[in-house]
Design a binder for this molecule. Structure first.
Ligand code: IMP
Ligand code: MG
Length: 172
């Protein structure tokens, strides 16, 4: 393991999540919401976010991956775990851990629009705008970060460290 440091601590993450939840509640007043967790990385984020949204909330899950190394994704996105329920007519919020190139979310938006949800928005915990390759409109962003490799709070470093309660980065 290379040398690492805390980028965003647990308290900061949770207080920002509470703000995001408030914003979502205001935008979806009186509406039901389907939170679509993009596995595996978004799991803790979706769970914590959902605790502070007081609308009627449903959970859905998908897993997608790009061929080869995710960091150097070629744009070939594959659905590994698909939806198990119909989302037609629902207010779907895609809950993602991080937007890097933007390819995963661009693919997901197009894929999910075809299923005729009532509305479709994106909520990401982290956003690395410097790495964007394709443009995606993001509705809710937790934190904008520099181009650093990060892990913890759902994000992995070679599949490990997802269980850390904070977000860490590799020092260069
Ligand atoms: P995108 O399609 O390039 O936007 O890639 C998004 C996916 O790449 C995320 O869902 C993560 O799984 C992965 N990813 C991108 N940057 C990082 C990082 O810094 N740490 C861990 N995973 C990352
Ligand atoms: Mg991911």
């Amino acid at each position: 393991m290379q040398e690492y440091d805390v980028l965003i601590d647990e308290e900061t993450i949770i207080s920002r999540i509470k703000e995001l939840a408030k914003q979502i509640e205001t935008d979806y007043l009186g509406e039901k919401i389907t939170l679509l967790c993009i596995l595996k990385g978004s799991t803790p984020f979706m769970v914590d976010l959902s605790k502070y949204i007081h609308n009627e909330v449903k959970y859905e899950f998908m897993r997608v991956s790009s061929y080869g190394n995710e960091r150097k994704s070629t744009g070939n996105i594959q659905v590994k775990v698909d939806l198990t329920e119909d989302i037609q007519g629902e207010n779907v919020i895609i809950v993602e851990d991080i937007i890097d190139s933007g390819r995963t979310l661009k693919f997901l938006k197009e894929y999910l629009y075809k299923k005729n949800p009532k509305s479709l928005k994106i909520c990401t915990l982290l956003n690395k705008p410097d790495r964007r390759v394709v443009n995606v409109d993001v509705d809710y962003t937790g934190f904008v970060i520099e181009d650093k490799f990060v892990f913890g709070y759902g994000l992995d470093y070679d599949e490990y460290y997802r269980n850390l309660p904070y977000i860490a980065y590799i020092k260069d």
